[in-house]
Design a protein around this ligand. Structure first.
Ligand SMILES: NC(=O)c1ccc[n+]([C@@H]2O[C@H](COP(=O)([O-])OP(=O)(O)OC[C@H]3O[C@@H](n4cnc5c(N)ncnc54)[C@H](O)[C@@H]3O)[C@@H](O)[C@H]2O)c1
Length: 251
C-alpha cells in the first residue's frame, strides 16, 4: 500500500452519536480510511442508516443502541468492548434557553449528555483497559465552548467548554499509556442539530456573513479533522483544541 500517514487501517474506532450528522460522517470517513467502527447512538434507525453507508462491510462494524445519559448503560457498553484504538465522544444536543429560563431539568439533560456521558465513558474505558496503548481520543466540543457570540447559548457553551478542558486533562493523565486526547471545536455545521435551532432563513444568512468563508461547514469537513487526530499523522499532537470554524473566530 502507498504511503499514507492518515490511514486508520487495522484500527478499531468507537464513535458516539454515529446515527446522524457529524458522527455519521466520522464513522463513514473512518471506515473509508480502513478502520472498523463501533457505532453508538440512542437511535436504532440512525445506526442502521449509518451502517449501510460504511466502507469495508467485511470488517463487521458493530452497532450499539445506548442512551448515553444512562450511566448503567455506559457501564454495560464498556464491558462488551475491547481493543479500541480510537474513541470519538461526539453525541450532543443543543439548548437555546436564555439564562433566566434554564430549569434544573435542562441542566441535567444537556450537561448529562454533552459533558457527563463523555467523561464517564472515557474514564471507564481507560480504567478497564479497553483503550489500546497509543489510542487517540477525540471530543466534539464547539466554538461555543470557547467564545460567546450569541445570547441564549449559555448552557450549551458551559457543557462544551467543560469538554475542552477535560480533553486536556485526559492528555496529561493518559499519556502514561501513550494515549492522546484532543478536541475539535466546530462552528455551525449543516446537520439536524443546526436545523433544530429554528432560526429564520434571514437570521442564518446574517450569521453566515460573519464567516470569512461565507458558509457553514459540512459534516464531512469536521470528520476530516477528526480523522487526522485519530491517525498516526497526529502522533505528537495531544491536548490540542482544533477549531473547524471557517475563520468565524477571527471576526
Ligand atoms: N451542528 C452544529 O452546528 C454543531 C456545531 C458545533 C458542535 N456540534 C456538536 O457536534 C456533535 C454532533 O452534532 P450533530 O450536529 O451531528 O447533531 P445531530 O443531531 O445530527 O446528531 C447527534 C446524534 O446524537 C444522538 N444522541 C442524542 N441523544 C443521545 C443519547 N442520549 N444517547 C446517545 N446518542 C444520542 C442522536 O440520536 C444523533 O444521532 C454534538 O456534540 C454537537 O454539540 C455541532
Amino acid at each position: 500500500m502507498s504511503y499514507n500517514p492518515f490511514s486508520l487501517q487495522g484500527k478499531k474506532v468507537l464513535v458516539t452519536g454515529a446515527g446522524s450528522g457529524i458522527g455519521r460522517a466520522i464513522a463513514v470517513a473512518a471506515s473509508k480510511m480502513g478502520a472498523s467502527i463501533v457505532m453508538v447512538d440512542i437511535s436504532k434507525e440512525g445506526l442502521e442508516q449509518t451502517g449501510a453507508l460504511l466502507d469495508h462491510p467485511e470488517y463487521q462494524h458493530q452497532q450499539y443502541v445506548v442512551d448515553l445519559t444512562d450511566s448503567e448503560a455506559i457501564g454495560a457498553l464498556v464491558e462488551s468492548l475491547d481493543g479500541l484504538d480510537g474513541l470519538v465522544n461526539n453525541a450532543g444536543i443543543p439548548n437555546t434557553r436564555p439564562l433566566q429560563m434554564i430549569r434544573e431539568e435542562d441542566f441535567d439533560r444537556v450537561v448529562g449528555l454533552n459533558t457527563k456521558a463523555p467523561v464517564l465513558l472515557t474514564n471507564l474505558l481507560y480504567k478497564k483497559k479497553k483503550l489500546n496503548k497509543g489510542a487517540s481520543i477525540v471530543f466534539t466540543s464547539s466554538l461555543a465552548g470557547l467564545y460567546t457570540f450569541t445570547p441564549a447559548n449559555g448552557l450549551y457553551s458551559l457543557s462544551k467548554s467543560a469538554l475542552t478542558s477535560y480533553a486536556k486533562s485526559c492528555a496529561v493523565e493518559f499519556a502514561a499509556r501513550g494515549i492522546r486526547s484532543n478536541c475539535v471545536n466546530p462552528s455551525m455545521v449543516n446537520t439536524h442539530l443546526k436545523d433544530s435551532l429554528s432560526f429564520s432563513e434571514e437570521e442564518y444568512q446574517k450569521d453566515i456573513e460573519k464567516y470569512p468563508l461565507r458558509r457553514y461547514a459540512e459534516p464531512e469537513e469536521v470528520a476530516n479533522a477528526v480523522i487526522f487526530l485519530l491517525s498516526d499523522a497526529a502522533s505528537y499532537i495531544t491536548g490540542h483544541t482544533l477549531l473547524v470554524d471557517g475563520g468565524r473566530s477571527l471576526k
